[in-house]
Design a protein around this ligand. Structure first.
Ligand SMILES: NC(=O)c1ccc[n+]([C@@H]2O[C@H](COP(=O)([O-])OP(=O)(O)OC[C@H]3O[C@@H](n4cnc5c(N)ncnc54)[C@H](O)[C@@H]3O)[C@@H](O)[C@H]2O)c1
Ligand SMILES: [Zn+2]
Length: 374
């Protein structure tokens, strides 16, 4: 049942393998691609405390006999781990494991572990290879593919990092069975993003098949992850360093990041939940500006709501930002060039576009009406 999606970057091409049961095959697959024990590379495993409990023993068992495990670093779970302090500690741990240029780092975890371990691999001995083994839905459909790695600083999220492509991605969809439902839903916001930005057929498929997918039907899950990864791979190959098309992947994110910043990047609002609200806002703004036909935004919101995700700013509990605060926070997003907001809007479901033509005043007016319940 394994499906392979190639990421055809010249000189840095790699495969994303998707399907259930890949963790058990990891040792075999890694030895085949990189060389077996003794002649092959040593591996250093990086994971977090939650994932270690449920999946680390199986990974170690799978690797044993195939490759030499140089050591395992188990980091605290959570976004706070993506910081300079943990990066320094991890880099030293990997050096103590005596990982050399030809060796491998394996990132077993969600986007936090993938981003941090990937960045550590990028700077260790000026760059060693790494394998992504994403364990959250978000990481399987988004963060494990495309080579963006990095950490957060008090100045903002992901402002320090490097482009460092993995050498292999093993997305074992069976591992998602232990993922908490709220995290599963948050990851779904990134899945539906692909349909909305570029594939109306996929969105229609999701409208019909999201329910079995969310209850871990293996075929539905594998199809959704594969289609998402195919789209991400295509976009990354066209625009690796995000000067054009890759920006489309930020659909819902400029609004979403502002909401995350306001709520403090904590459990009040997960990234995917912010993206879900942001995506609905992007469609409602597109409709308000006359870019897409009436009822489009309502269809998008109905689907996102059916998954159990928030669709309005007012769905966030506690104190809410006002329109001008939102616009100010949107202005601090990384995707600002020359002081102008870059927005991803839509002409229809499956057709998003990048624009710098909407003024901050227009966005603020729209948000004021939104927040007033209009
Ligand atoms: N590099 C990129 O292109 C890119 C893209 C999108 C997001 N990101 C980054 O990804 C991060 C978010 O990733 P995330 O949502 O995976 O967060 P995460 O890594 O914190 O994982 C979410 C939670 O689920 C737990 N978990 C993960 N897999 C599990 C499993 N199989 N069973 C049980 N528990 C499991 C984790 O321990 C954690 O508590 C953010 O830092 C974001 O900036 C990066
Ligand atoms: Zn995202």
């Amino acid at each position: 049942m394994t499906q392979t999606v190639p990421v055809a970057l010249p000189g840095r091409a790699y495969d994303v393998l998707i399907g259930p049961g890949l963790l058990a095959q990891a040792g075999d697959l890694i030895a085949k691609q990189f060389g077996a024990a003794k002649v092959g590379p040593k591996v250093g495993i990086v994971t977090d405390s939650n994932v270690a409990k449920v999946h680390l023993p199986a990974l170690e068992a799978s690797l044993r006999g195939h490759v030499t495990i140089a050591g395992t670093a188990i980091l605290p779970a959570g976004e706070a781990t993506k910081c300079f302090r943990e990066l320094a500690a991890l880099s030293e741990r990997l050096l103590e494991m005596k990982l050399e240029r030809g060796d491998l780092v394996i990132a077993l975890g969600g986007g936090v572990i993938g981003d941090l371990a990937g960045f550590a691999a990028a700077i260790l001995r000026r760059g060693i290879r790494f394998v992504q083994m994403p364990t959250s839905l978000l990481a399987q459909v988004d963060s494990s593919v495309g080579g963006k790695t990095g950490i957060n600083t008090p100045q903002g999220k992901n402002l320090i990092g490097a482009f460092h492509q993995p050498s292999l991605v093993l997305a074992d969809t069976g591992l998602l069975s232990t993922l908490p439902l709220r995290e599963m839903r948050a990851g779904y916001a990134e899945v539906v993003k692909y349909g909305l930005l570029g594939d109306a057929t996929f969105f229609r498929w999701l409208e019909g098949n999201a329910a079995p997918m969310m209850t871990h039907d293996p075929a539905a899950l594998a199809h959704a992850v594969r289609r998402a990864v195919e789209m991400k791979a295509e976009i990354v190959v066209r625009d690796e360093t995000e000067t054009g098309d890759r920006m489309l992947l930020n659909l819902g994110h400029t609004f979403g990041h502002a909401l995350e910043a306001f709520t403090g990047y904590g459990p009040r609002l997960l990234h995917g939940e912010g993206v879900a609200i942001g995506t609905c806002l992007a469609f409602r703004l597109s409709e308000a500006l006359g870019h897409c036909p009436p009822q489009t935004a309502a269809r998008v919101a109905a689907h996102i709501k059916a998954i159990g995700l928030p669709t309005r700013v007012a769905d966030i509990s506690g104190e809410l930002p006002d329109a001008s605060t939102m616009v100010r926070l949107m202005g601090q997003d990384k995707k600002v060039t020359g002081g102008r907001l870059t927005l991803i809007l839509a002409r229809s479901i499956g057709e998003a576009f990048v624009t710098r033509d909407v003024t901050a005043e227009q966005v603020e007016q729209f948000l004021a009406a939104e927040l007033a319940g209009g």
